[in-house]
Design a protein around this ligand. Structure first.
Ligand SMILES: C[S@@+](CC[C@H](N)C(=O)[O-])C[C@H]1O[C@@H](n2cnc3c(N)ncnc32)[C@H](O)[C@@H]1O
Length: 260
């Protein structure tokens, strides 16, 4: 998923606020959940930052924030929003599988909202996250709940097996110009847990929130309707930690293709 072409439509359609860090459609936000907690003076890296709203919200709370995304257009949008809001965030274009621009143990928090489902393999990314985190640092991220796609959008019947590993592909239309192909990868909760454990990260909490009427953004459409979310959670949130006393270097995390 690159969201290059659809960025403008996506940002206009969702109007994601920069006043708080969000976890997903109709999901309680970070101010309510306090999974990251006080970020004043802390170094916070957002991976798959999109339009940068969460990074900007962290910067407004005193964080030294950095956001990385694959899409030039999303990064351009993020820089515009940060300028508009008068905060400084370092935004970089790059893959979250290669955080080579980020120093070893340089971050107190790595955060991500609704980006990791677009990454086929988590191993390299999580190794990089572990390397970038200071000992005791937090990795907090949200994505589609693995049960979510099992329930039909309109009838709310179970239409898909939870065990079905096939990815979901669709074309995301934008403007009058066309559509961008998307692919979201499916993992069961146990696989998510194993990816964290294999990367040497300790799971501290798993949240599967019930929907609130007024979640992040203005309009998430029927697909994320609160009615459907009352049956099955749309979002799963993981809070993990790099163990205190553990160390890591870039050499141990493997190499990739660069960030600019
Ligand atoms: C649904 S958007 C979410 C953006 C933002 N976190 C938010 O909550 O608004 C997913 C983002 O992940 C980015 N993304 C997907 N795969 C990526 C990768 N391998 N490296 C960096 N960014 C990626 C996309 O470009 C897109 O901006």
């Amino acid at each position: 998923m690159s969201t290059c072409a659809i960025s403008a439509d996506y940002q206009a359609g969702h109007e994601i606020p920069t006043s708080f860090a969000h976890y997903g459609p109709h999901c309680p936000n970070e101010d309510a959940l306090q999974l990251v907690g006080d970020v004043k003076g802390k170094r916070v890296l957002e991976i798959g930052c999109g339009g940068g709203q969460c990074s900007i919200a962290f910067a407004k709370r005193g964080a030294i924030a950095t956001g990385i995304d694959l899409s030039d257009k999303q990064i351009e949008h993020a820089r515009r929003l940060a300028k508009r809001d008068g905060v400084w965030v370092t935004f970089m274009r790059g893959s979250i599988e290669d955080l080579s621009a980020i120093g070893d143990e340089s971050q107190d928090v790595v955060f991500s909202a609704y980006a990791l489902q677009y990454l086929e393999r988590w191993g390299r990314c999580f190794a990089e996250v572990r390397r970038a985190l200071a000992p005791g640092g937090l990795f907090v991220f949200s994505l589609d709940h693995p049960f979510w796609a099992c329930l039909a959008e309109k009838t709310l019947e179970v239409v898909r097996s939870y065990h079905d590993p096939a990815s979901e592909t669709w074309d995301w239309p934008y403007g009058d110009e066309g559509a961008e192909p998307f692919e979201a990868f499916r993992r069961k909760a146990g696989e998510m847990f194993r990816s964290l454990r294999d990367a040497g990260l300790e799971v501290l909490a798993i949240l599967e929130p019930e929907p609130i009427e007024c979640g992040s953004g203005q309009d998430w459409g029927e697909y994320y309707s609160p009615e459907r979310q009352r049956m099955v959670p749309a979002t799963i949130i993981w809070k993990a930690r790099k163990p205190i006393g553990s160390r890591s270097t870039r050499k141990s995390a493997g190499r990739g293709g660069g960030v600019r």
